[in-house]
Ligand binder design. Structure first.
Ligand SMILES: Nc1nc2c(ncn2[C@@H]2O[C@H](COP(=O)(O)OP(=O)(O)OP(=O)(O)O)[C@@H](O)[C@H]2O)c(=O)[nH]1
Length: 169
């Protein structure tokens, strides 16, 4: 299975993990905005299965940037909103509440992480997004099955040997 994500530098990474017992290959595309109004091209988002919107809690402009990206791209794939540099609280410009409110607005997951110090937090954010991608796939598969089989439920009855011993009515 290929899982992809778009972040905010123009390079690709691959990383394989075992997630909930399932092997997952992450293909990570880190998009590099040239400036505050340089929004990633829509085809990048079409390539991805999930989208990471990362800002720095010490940089209000980066928070505004992810808001612009979401508005410009309107992605219909699972999103994770991530506030980085959570260790630098003394320089905080974006509160945790603001991050949570924006995530509610985006209907997506939210985490504050300190990527430079806590690799586990970053991994967990990736895993959460991956679970959302897999859940969406399962849902899409189920609704395809439902459409193919029709809305009527199908009951399966199989005659077993002891049936013949049942009294006939
Ligand atoms: N204190 C702290 N510093 C961080 C953290 N994450 C990244 N940095 C620092 O922030 C700087 C930018 O980090 P990059 O990994 O280059 O981040 P980027 O998103 O590529 O940043 P840009 O090059 O500005 O796009 C580096 O000096 C990192 O060491 C963090 O969680 N805490």
């Amino acid at each position: 299975m290929i899982f992809s994500h778009v972040l905010v530098v123009d390079s690709k990474y691959k990383h394989e993990v075992l997630l909930d017992g399932e092997p997952i290959l992450f293909e990570i595309l880190d998009t590099c905005p040239k400036g505050p109004h340089d929004v990633p091209a829509p085809d990048l988002v079409q390539w991805a299965d999930g989208l990471f919107l990362v800002y720095s809690i010490t940089d209000r402009e980066s928070f505004n940037y992810v808001r612009r990206v979401k508005q410009a791209l309107q992605p219909d794939i699972p999103i994770a909103l991530v506030g980085n540099k959570a260790d630098m609280v003394h320089l905080r410009q974006v509160s945790q509440d603001e991050g949570e409110i924006l995530a509610k607005d985006f209907e997506c997951s939210f985490a504050e992480v300190a990527a430079a110090e806590q690799v586990d937090q970053v991994a967990e954010a990736f895993h959460e997004l991956c679970r959302d991608v897999l859940a969406l796939r399962r849902k899409a598969k189920q609704s395809l099955l439902d459409r193919m089989l029709g809305s009527k439920s199908i009951r399966v009855y199989s005659r077993v040997k002891s049936d013949s011993a049942l009294p006939k009515d």
